[in-house]
Structure formats: structure tokens, C-alpha cells
Design a protein around this ligand. Structure first.
Ligand SMILES: C[S@@+](CC[C@H](N)C(=O)[O-])C[C@H]1O[C@@H](n2cnc3c(N)ncnc32)[C@H](O)[C@@H]1O
Length: 445
């Protein structure tokens, strides 16, 4: 008799991931949702729900063709969507060995059908729909090829992003939008930043090598792991030897012109990745500001872990756009404005973002960014520098924002900085960065 335990576990994993998918479809982020998933199921539910996020356009297209009416129960619908994209992966693999290497195993189609039905049985709301799930998945098994052919002209099913997102990228990057969408569906490498107060990147590389973890040097302060690992499995984290940070994000700590002793503002600081990088490289009189007091707590924890805490660092909860509530009247020599954004450049690490954002978020977010940088400009000393950063590749938050800023401020002078850093999936690991936008602006003296 085949062992029973693994198959029981799969149905539980499917149900847990279906809860996560349901949460995202009702507006909650995957990380918030996964925080409520039972610990023993979390890793599996994360792998499954991440996979589903990257295939949700296809799953919706299939569900719309296979089910005449969307099940009124959202949990059942989420389970159906998840099962459909897993079935597609399994059938594709059986047919042509298609690459399904997104950190999920390839399940036999009949196992998936049985386990999806069993998952439905575990919950009172979905139990009534077990027959529907069984019938839909079996029909998909029989009719996959013609159903997929029907969806060939559907961009949402092809690219697994909402139509407005695809349209925005196509308009902004007419030569490159497909590369961007492909990269967004490809999990990125795991990159660490060496804490230079404790070790150089070369020393970190040797330290990891001694623990059996292979990594290559990348950028000025980074190493890229050959195989991503859970943070707890990598030695040296609690001791503050390194932080997880993408190479594109690591540019911020180097692009802002600062020197020891300067008065620096990190205006949108939490959870403190870039604050820490600045402090690893220089001894600064630094104010780390964030409007979210809970997230600001994480700045304190990170600085503590990295052994960077000092009396010259001030953590402050406040709105960067309303300087009167937190500014002491002394101008800053340099300001890092890593403003809130749609995060369209980091969707490969947060594949739920594309389904959580709405087209209306774009002008609203851009207006907030404008308010923040206009206010920050007033607290920068003449001769000082402001580095504007977003992890977005939408022009309204990047180049358009900065051109409008320069038009509003006659005393602003744009200096050389990379501008957009665009993700792509088919190059070496060191080139596979997140998407960012950087603009460096000097205030005329
Ligand atoms: C892109 S994240 C910053 C990431 C951070 N710099 C890092 O490297 O770890 C943007 C931050 O801006 C904060 N924020 C949003 N609106 C703000 C405002 N009006 N004033 C200050 N901070 C704000 C958010 O709470 C969030 O922590």
C-alpha cells in the first residue's frame, strides 16, 4: 500500500494556500496572510501561493471557460484557481517536460485531482463543491490543449498580470515590456549585503563557503548565493554580518554623496535596509524617519542586530510631507528619499503586488511622492544632495516625477545617476536585479 501521510499533507497544503490566495483576492498582502498560516504549513503554502500568483491570469482564464458561474464561496474559487494552475504545470511537464522549476514539486495529475477534492472536504464552506472541483479538474485534464489554444490571444492569461499593468508597461517600454513581464514571473536570486563594519564581501564569501554555502561576489558590497536559502539557515545573521538586499537597492547607500559627520535624513526609512547600509559605510548624524511607527521599530531592530546603534542616530515617526511635526530647523547635508511607491519593480519577489494594485493607485501614489519631495527640498541645505529612489518601473513615479520636480524648482540641478534599473531574467545572476529608479539632485548654493 502507498504511504498515506504525504498525500494527506498535500491536501492540507492546498487548503492553506487557497486561504492565502483568497486573502490576496480580497486585498490582503501575501506576507500578512502567510503570517496567519500555521507554522508547519507555512513553507509549503508560501511555495504554492507564490506559484499561483505567477499563474493567476491563466488560472482565471481557465476557470472562466470551465465554470459557468464562479462559485459563490471565495475559498472554493481560490482552491479551484490554485488547482488549475498546478494541473497545468503537471500536464505540461508530462507532455513536453516544460520548465516548472518554481520551487514546487511536479504532482501527478490524478494525485492533484484527488488532493484538491480532499482539500475541499477539509472545510465546511468548500465541502459542498467537491463535485464541481472534481469535474472541472478532470475536464481540464481531457481538454487542456484546446482550452490553452483559446487563451492564446489573451494577454492576462499569457503574462499573468492585470491588463492595465501590461498596458502601462507596453506604453512606457515599447521595446522591452515583454522582457519586463517575463522577468517579473521569474524568481530572483538571493543577494546579501556584507556589513562592512564586520566583514568585507570577500570575507563574507569565505565565511559562507566554510559553512558549505557557495556565493559569488557582486556589486561593491554584495554576494549572490548559488541557491536561495531560508535566512535562518545562513550563519551570521543574528551577529549582524550581513543583510538580505537586492543589488539594485544596494546602490542607494553608495549614490548619496555623504561623508563622516554629515547630517543626513533618511526620510522613508523603514525597515532600515538603506539606513543600515549608509551607517555601515559612514559615521553620520542620521535621522531615520518613517510615518509608520511599527515599521520604524524594525529599523531599531535591524540597527541593533547590525551593531550600528549610536547616540548620533535618531529614529522618528512622522510624515515626511509635514516637516513641521518632526524637523528641528537645522538643514540636512544629504537626504535619501526612498519614497512609497507601487513597488512595480519588485514583483518577482512579491508576486502578489500586481493583483493588489489598481490603476487608480498610480496617480495617487505619484501625488504623495510629489508632496514628500517638495517638503524635503525645503529642509535640505544649499549645496546639499537629495537622492530620489523608487522600486518602481512606472514612469509616473520615476522620470516623469523628476522632470516635473526640476520644472518646479529652479534651484535643483540633476546630477549623473543610473535612472532606471530594469530587471531581466535571462542574464547572469549579477544582472538579475530588481527594478529601481534613481535620481540624484543637488541644491544650488
Ligand atoms: C520603499 S519603503 C522604504 C524602504 C527603506 N528605505 C529600506 O531600504 O528598507 C517606503 C517607506 O515609506 C514609508 N512612508 C509612507 N508614507 C510616508 C510619509 N508620508 N512619510 C514618511 N514615510 C512614509 C512607509 O511606511 C515605508 O516604510
Amino acid at each position: 500500500m502507498p504511504p498515506k501521510a504525504p498525500s494527506i499533507a498535500l491536501s492540507r497544503q492546498l487548503l492553506a494556500a487557497a486561504h492565502n490566495i483568497q486573502d490576496v483576492l480580497s486585498g490582503q498582502s501575501l506576507s500578512e496572510s502567510l503570517a496567519h498560516t500555521p507554522t508547519e504549513l507555512r513553507a509549503a503554502a508560501q511555495a504554492l501561493s507564490f506559484y499561483a500568483m505567477r499563474h493567476l491570469g491563466l488560472a482565471h482564464g481557465l476557470r472562466d471557460m470551465l465554470v459557468s458561474r464562479t462559485p459563490p464561496d471565495p475559498l472554493t474559487d481560490a482552491l479551484l484557481l490554485l488547482s488549475l494552475c498546478l494541473m497545468d504545470s503537471s500536464l505540461g511537464h508530462a507532455q513536453d517536460g516544460a520548465d516548472t522549476s518554481h520551487a514546487i514539486p511536479v504532482y501527478a495529475p490524478h494525485t492533484l485531482v484527488n488532493q484538491a477534492v480532499e482539500a475541499a472536504m477539509h472545510h465546511p464552506k468548500s465541502r459542498a463543491y467537491k463535485g464541481l472541483i472534481n469535474a472541472v479538474l478532470r475536464r481540464f485534464g481531457r481538454e487542456r490543449d484546446p482550452l490553452l489554444r483559446t487563451l492564446e490571444g489573451d494577454p492576462v492569461a499569457q503574462w499573468n498580470h492585470p491588463q492595465w499593468w501590461i498596458d502601462t508597461l507596453q506604453t512606457a517600454w515599447p521595446q522591452y515590456w515583454q522582457v519586463l513581464l517575463q522577468a517579473a514571473n521569474t524568481p530572483g536570486p538571493m543577494t546579501l549585503r556584507a556589513n562592512r563594519r564586520q566583514n568585507t564581501p570577500e570575507q563574507l564569501q569565505n565565511f559562507l563557503d566554510a559553512a558549505g554555502i557557495h556565493a559569488t561576489l557582486a556589486g561593491q558590497d554584495g554576494v549572490i548565493l548559488s541557491t536561495p536559502q531560508p535566512v535562518q539557515a545562513i550563519p551570521g545573521f543574528a551577529q549582524g554580518r550581513w543583510s538580505v538586499q537586492d543589488l539594485a537597492a544596494q546602490l542607494a547607500g553608495r549614490l548619496l554623496p555623504v561623508a563622516d559627520g554629515m547630517r543626513v535624513l533618511d526620510a522613508c526609512a523603514a525597515p532600515g535596509g538603506k539606513t543600515a547600509h549608509l551607517l555601515e559605510r559612514h559615521s553620520l548624524a542620521l535621522t531615520a524617519l518613517d510615518s509608520d511607527p511599527q515599521r520604524l521599530e524594525r529599523v531599531a531592530q535591524n540597527l541593533d542586530r547590525l551593531r550600528l546603534t549610536s547616540p548620533s542616530i535618531r529614529l522618528c515617526a512622522g510624515d515626511a510631507a509635514h516637516t513641521a511635526s518632526w524637523w528641528d530647523g537645522e538643514p540636512f547635508d544629504a537626504i535619501l528619499a526612498d519614497v512609497p511607491c507601487t513597488a512595480s519593480g519588485v514583483v518577482r519577489r512579491h508576486p502578489d503586488i500586481r493583483w493588489l494594485r489598481r490603476a487608480e493607485d498610480l496617480p495617487r501614489t505619484a501625488a504623495l511622492q510629489q508632496r514628500i519631495i517638495d517638503a524635503l527640498w525645503r529642509v535640505l541645505r544649499p549645496g546639499g544632495h537629495l537622492l530620489y529612489v523608487t522600486c518602481s518601473i512606472f514612469p509616473i513615479e520615476g522620470e516623469q516625477q523628476i522632470l516635473a520636480f526640476l520644472a518646479r524648482h529652479a534651484d535643483a540641478l540633476r546630477l549623473a545617476a543610473p535612472g532606471y534599473i530594469l530587471p531581466h531574467a535571462e542574464s547572469s545572476a549579477a544582472d538579475q536585479t530588481d527594478g529601481f529608479f534613481y535620481a540624484l539632485i543637488a541644491k544650488r548654493g
